[in-house]
Design a protein around this ligand. Sequence first.
Ligand SMILES: *Cc1c(COP(=O)(O)O)cnc(C)c1O
Length: 399
Amino acid sequence: MKFDPASSVQDTLHLDPATMGVNHPISDSATFAFDTGDDMLACFHGEKQAFLYARHWNPTNFEFSKALAAMEGTEAAWVTGSGMGAITSALLQLLNAGDHIITSVTTYGGTYAFLKNWVVKYGIEVSFVNISNLEEVEKAVKPNTKVIYTETMTNPMLQISDVPALSKIAKKAGAKLVVDNTFTPMIFSPIKLGADIVVYSMTKFINGKNDTTAGAICGSMDYINSLIDLNDGTAMLLGPVLDPLRASSIHKNLFTLHIRMKQHSKNALYLAERFSENNIPVNYPGLETNKQHQLMKSQMNEEFGFGGMIAIDLKTVENANKFMHIMQERGVGYLAVSLGYFKTLFSNSGKSTSSEVPENVQKEMGMSEGLVRYSVGLDNDIERTWDIIKECLTEIGFI
Ligand SMILES: *Cc1c(COP(=O)(O)O)cnc(C)c1O
């Protein structure tokens, strides 16, 4: 039977056994008591399962993590206070001094900066590759390669990773394949395609409200337990845990994610088609003419569409800035970083979310300085939105 991430999430719903409440009480405790000192010691030694301290586990994060694990089809998950908290903990758990990681050169700017500038301080080797060039990935493998890292849909080039092929390369190398699925929750189920670990910035589509930052790590029970091991777990010792008040609120938003993703995708496809008809260079993997279209189709859970992200190319920063300014004035959306919000957000990637990536590397990736990245919102009437965008394009002389 086909894997259905939305039904898997829904199947985790259950009443709170203590109160019969439809939602669960929010855990308001940082520490948890034990009957006896022996019980507490047994918990420290991992011989007894109990809530001990909220940096490790608390009931609210535990419930939420089960729903996220169900969405990905993993044994377990753990939630963090930001996407970077998830990515850095997930990777540092797998990498020791002297180890090697292969990463897509097109990743989120913060991830790029972490791998370019930060991990090298601890003697971890990094190779940046064009993740679509499987030969290049294979050639980059070394005896000390421990991780291959990519984003299912990369930021901001919307490049689609061939997860099954990368999984084969990782297995052969004895490395773990870690995938950031932030742009495409539910659309891709990377674990089902062969990934070992999935990470998220839940700040984006999963929460969908832009009221907080949060992240998640999904993987095997052994791996998640290793992350929060009291003696040497990266997440336990660096302490990026998500606050339960936020966990409770994001958990509830997870149950509308499937509907939101469908609407983001529907609106994005509509706009991408209009841009294309009007000869504006547009990158959207949902367009049949897009060179990533077939690769995306072969991996996706089709009912959720091709996602809410679009990139158009206006050639120069000046054009991009002028265009974004008038779009904001006319109410199309906001000139802001981030994505997965109910209102459309747009930004010029080279001068914002990818500004950590040096200009020559941006050029190598094929990133135009006039690239405007859209996170298309949940507009009920996207035709009305297009009419305004068209006016703005006319005003800057592009139509
Ligand atoms: C935003 C983002 C991150 C970082 O997440 P934060 O919640 O901002 O820490 C990582 N990966 C991708 C693809 C993102 O879009």
